[in-house]
Design a protein around this ligand. Structure first.
Ligand code: SF4
Length: 235
């Protein structure tokens, strides 16, 4: 999506009237994933910034919220949702129209108190995982210095423990990095630790990454089936 943009209104797979929004000027993120569909991270950071464009963006969003009967606004930016320091105002504005908010984040910053108020206001939060060990995390997701895979999983798990909305874990399965039997076993243990309300299990589909990282459909379907069973077995 373009900087500070709002998508066309669409009906999602569940029949919900939705728009996607991108409240960032460019790709701000704490990771620099090799498989990122946006390319290299422009500003690698775990800070939040006040962007002057946000005020105009919120006015534009007001217009869409007034003129459509939306069910959801999906904060699905080019980068990390939490990088906009006015995120909480954006969420409150959306909710003042009685519209639900879904937010996508890489999840590493879920432990930071400064972000909890924004996250906890959302009706649905999606956190992401793509690998299952420290070596692959550092090599493939190239996080900020000092980040660790153990902290990554724990940050998401601690957030989920206190969150009352719906939390989905979005797992990107990568060929040769997270598609082995051992990786699937690790994902199962991580799911048991985090206890998400549901899973999104996918693999890169952008053409330039598909050949290197894409997992074939049959294998992906089987991994999805096995991981979904973990969710079903939770009470
Ligand atoms: S976490 Fe997401 S936005 Fe950030 S670099 Fe990785 S794939 Fe791109």
């Amino acid at each position: 999506m373009e900087a500070f943009s709002i998508s066309k209104v669409y009906v999602d797979d569940y029949g919900q009237v939705t728009v996607d929004i991108n409240p960032l000027p460019s790709n701000y993120c704490s990771f620099d994933c090799v498989f990122c569909p946006l390319g290299r991270t422009a500003i690698q950071t775990d800070e939040a910034y006040s962007f002057v464009e946000t005020e105009d963006f919120m006015e534009k969003l007001d217009g869409v919220l007034k003129s459509h009967h939306l069910d959801w606004v999906f904060i699905n930016p080019n980068g990390e949702s939490l990088a906009n320091a006015q995120l909480i105002e954006i969420i409150k504005r959306i909710k003042s129209y009685g519209v639900k908010v879904r937010l996508l984040s890489n999840g590493y910053l879920f432990n930071k108190k400064a972000y909890r108020a924004s996250l906890n206001l959302c009706d649905e939060v999606i956190g992401e995982l793509a690998v299952t060990n420290e070596g692959h995390f550092q090599k493939i997701q190239r996080p900020l210095k000092g980040y660790s895979y153990k902290d990554y999983v724990e940050n998401i798990a601690c957030f989920k423990q206190q969150y009352h909305g719906k939390f989905l874990l979005d797992i990107t399965v990568l060929k040769d990095y997270s598609d082995s039997v051992e990786s699937v076993e690790s994902f199962k243990a991580i799911i048991e630790r985090i206890r998400p309300n549901g899973l999104i299990v996918q693999t890169p589909t952008v053409e330039k990454f598909k050949r290197t990282f894409g997992v074939e459909k049959e294998k992906l379907d089987e991994i999805r089936r096995v991981l979904d069973q973990v969710i079903s077995s939770m009470d």
